[in-house]
Design a protein around this ligand. Structure first.
Ligand SMILES: NC(=O)c1ccc[n+]([C@@H]2O[C@H](COP(=O)([O-])OP(=O)(O)OC[C@H]3O[C@@H](n4cnc5c(N)ncnc54)[C@H](OP(=O)(O)O)[C@@H]3O)[C@@H](O)[C@H]2O)c1
Length: 264
């Protein structure tokens, strides 16, 4: 029996299944998808086994990751119900609570939720992990092991998942336009497009690493780049004039509010 099944291998399920193939070895991973060609392509790429039938894939694994859209998850659980006895279910669906999942799967089946972000695809992601009353230490540890090649996995109380998601789940889409815009500025002052994008992205990665590795407050790190009367503070003042901080704060709050109205 394989360790992990991924049902729904779109953007997120595909990225997680690839990471699991690295963490566990492809022999330990099975996948299924409504459009079978997607599962088949993943199988050719990684060596994991692909199934056209969700129940067959689920029957083959201990841990079943449900990677469909929130509004599709209840029907998927109903479909899998005959084969989930003795297995553990993990939902990736935003806005679907542990108590809803537990009600749909029944009391005896351990249920966990994860909230990954897209950098999981290259092993630099962040995934929130939360478990229902039915989930024990062994289930948490197994999910951490399966996702170990996707990046960091952080356990948290369920109440923190939606605020976390507004920052770290949606966050890549808040940062990419910023990188693109910095590169636009670079092109405007004479850089080639490809080098401008590379410089901006490498700089954002380095700045993020400084925050994480130095433990210093981002404000202090910003101050350290700004010499009195220098060019950097001119740029910082321009960002403030255009409301960069307010825009970032509002983006997170808007995403969080939308998360409360997810269709399921
Ligand atoms: N994208 C993110 O950054 C992100 C982050 C955190 C959490 N999530 C969560 O991840 C879930 C999936 O999002 P996504 O962006 O990966 O969506 P997606 O790219 O549309 O992938 C969903 C996949 O599920 C398949 N599917 C739908 N119903 C199915 C069924 N009954 N049986 C088998 N496969 C089925 C779809 O197949 P078809 O090819 O036939 O359409 C599709 O490949 C959502 O619940 C979302 O909340 C996403």
């Amino acid at each position: 029996m394989a360790k992990a099944a991924f049902i729904g291998v779109g953007n997120m399920g595909g990225a997680l299944a690839k990471a699991a193939c690295k963490s566990l070895g492809a022999d330990e991973v099975v996948v299924a998808n409504r459009t079978y060609s997607k599962a088949e392509a993943l199988s050719s790429e990684t060596g994991c086994r692909a199934y056209a039938n969700n129940c067959e894939a689920a029957r083959e694994a201990e841990y079943i990751f449900l990677c469909v859209k929130p509004k599709q998850i209840q029907a998927l659980i109903a479909e899998l119900r005959p084969v989930i006895k003795g297995k553990t279910l993990i939902s990736v669906a935003a806005g679907v609570t542990l108590s809803e999942l537990q009600e749909w799967v029944g009391e005896d089946t351990p249920v966990l939720r994860i909230m990954p972000n897209t950098p999981c695809e290259i092993g630099k992601g962040l995934t929130a992990l939360s478990g229902g009353k039915s989930a024990g230490e062994e289930h948490f540890a197994a999910v951490e092991c399966i996702l170990s090649c996707s990046g960091l996995v952080e356990r948290m109380e369920e109440e923190r998942i939606e605020p976390y998601n507004a920052v770290a789940g949606c966050g890549p889409a808040f940062v990419y336009p910023y990188i693109e815009a910095l590169a636009d500025g670079g092109v405007l002052v004479g850089l080639h497009r490809d080098e401008a994008i590379r410089y901006a992205a490498q700089m954002v990665m380095g700045a993020a690493a400084m925050v994480l590795e130095s433990g210093k407050h981002p404000g202090a790190l910003k101050d350290a780049v700004c010499s009195p009367g220098g060019l950097t503070i001119e740029g910082v003042a321009e960002l403030e004039r255009h409301g960069l901080r307010a825009a970032a704060i509002d983006a997170v709050v808007a995403a969080w509010k939308k998360g409360k109205t997810v269709d399921k």
